[in-house]
Design a protein around this ligand. Sequence first.
Ligand code: WTA
Length: 657
Amino acid sequence: MAEKPELDVLLGTERTFPPPSAFARDAVLGDPAVYEQAAADPEAWWAAWADRLEWIEPWETVLDWSDPPHAKWFDGGKLNVSANCLDRHVAAGKGGRVAFYWEAEDADEQGEDGRKEVTYEWLLDQTQRFANVLKGLGVGKGDVVGIFMPMIPETAAAMLACTRIGAVHNVVFGGFSASSLKERMEVSEAKALVTADATLRRGAPMPMKEKVDPVLAGLPDLKHVIVVNRCDTGCEMKPGRDLDWHEALAAANPVCEPEPMDSEDPLYILYTSGSTAKPKGIVHTTGGYLTQVAATHRMVFDLKDDDVYWCAADVGWVTGHSYIVYGPLANGATSVMYEGAPDYPGRDRWWEIVERYRVSILYTAPTVIRSFMKWGEELLAGHDLSSLRLLGSVGEPINPRAWLWYHEHVGGGRCPVVDTWWQTETGAIMISPLPGITTTKPGSATVPLPGIEAGIFDRKGKLIAEGGGTLVLTRPWPAMARTLYGEPERFVETYWQRYGADTYLVGDAARIDEDGYFWIVGRIDDVINVSGHRLSTMEVESALVSHPSVAEAAVIGVPDEATGQAIIAFVTPQDGVEAGGEFTAELREHVAEKIGKLARPKTVCYADDLPKTRSGKIMRRLLRNIADGKELGDVSTLRDPSVVEALTAQVENATEG
Ligand code: WTA
């Protein structure tokens, strides 16, 4: 059997990788002294990066941390994000520069439309037009706009149009279910929604508008739906509510002046999973966020003018926000945006894309790398990948075996690998190598970036210099989340209470080694990371128990070779329900409907009762041990010890099958 990813990390590897000397010589940051300089005066460090943006009015203070955990960065300053991402490049004569090489999933069949060179000029035009459309619908500063979109250039334009007029976008990943979308629109009181008729997935249109239509009626605040026609599916349009994107933009005024925004005005909300069933609406603000995403995009990816950069995440996650849209566009970068699946029409689609556009920087997730490993390196052999010079990883711990494979087979042994640790809450990369400076160790995200300070508390609540424990961030950073939308107390309680109001509790366990390198082990809360997607056990449990035939459910994450973690559900069906194959399929479908396909349990085990203490508390630790096949120890405190046997037998069957 293959090693479990966790074990693989523990085994580690003795090999280290110093930056290749030519890379170090030409790097954006090549002098290790930057770490000391930034540590000596972090505010000056971040202010220097902020200075590279265009401010309408200068800030008065770099950081106000007088009332932790409420930070203000660049307070008093005014700027507009879309102007920084678009206008200033166009004004500098770079309007014709490619912002995105957009590649449709069915590029070959689509002919001319299948591959688009999206220039900064075009994006600015679309952004201004759509900003005017929104204004015309009565959407203004501070209003929330939902975005439920495929990976198409219009998605970036929609986000930028919101920033142009100071509206706050709330992007929901296109793979989420209609009811997840509804919940996120409802709690954020979104006034308008941007979506598409459909998106392509493995060659077939997957309806989006039709999927959300049934829930729209239940959203009284949501008065307008703008629909991009991507697949010509001829979806139904409700007169008075639904607008066709292309028609509306064609008729719109092409000029929309950027709204001067306060540095601390909200930029966007992005929902992510926490310990409870209710997702958290992470709120990011304007000046600090843009400063750090632009800075980290330049320094971590060593961005140069002639680079072709490809972040293969979906724009619906924070990685897409920070490293497809805002960081790269603020830096005037040229990126690739690919619409579809990595294995369509063939499993070498990605390598064809790298070769076609001469991609030089590739940023993806360990789960994808592990899929490629499984498919075999022969798929890479037929493609010229010599343009690549830097590789990045994000979303979950990368096991050394996957790291080494990525380095050797994708990077030809010559490209530094940057394993970037961060979160939706941090907004931008926090712990990562600087590719021209840091010697990497496969499996470690290495050290905090200059200006960032992290630490580890042991079990006794002591900050330690070496060893394992709970990861914290001990200094405010510009892109930090400012609050949870509508839940300011939850923000403080979740992140800023355990070790004091100025210490951010990450929610990850980590180890720090003798060289001060950080090794992220995994989550300490009830969050499961499936293929780099964050889900809470409670969210999945409440989806399961909402099925009328489920009496009770408990969910845990277990190590999985392909997806990092996989979901196992333990279910007690209602009396008279026949557990097993068909019912399992029904439950998986039910979870897909409630949350999205990504949340479907891999395995469902049944028992007449779940292992509980006599006081009725479900013993998750025991469930975890059952799933791991570990010694269970004393189960006599259980209300009904026999359920353990029943579950153990099922788990064994499931792993063999
Ligand atoms: C995990 C994604 C190890 C971690 C940007 C974190 C990682 C959670 C890494 C955030 C990494 C992300 N190494 N673990 N390089 N990157 N994680 O909010 O557990 O979707 O807390 O943000 O993913 O996930 P989120």
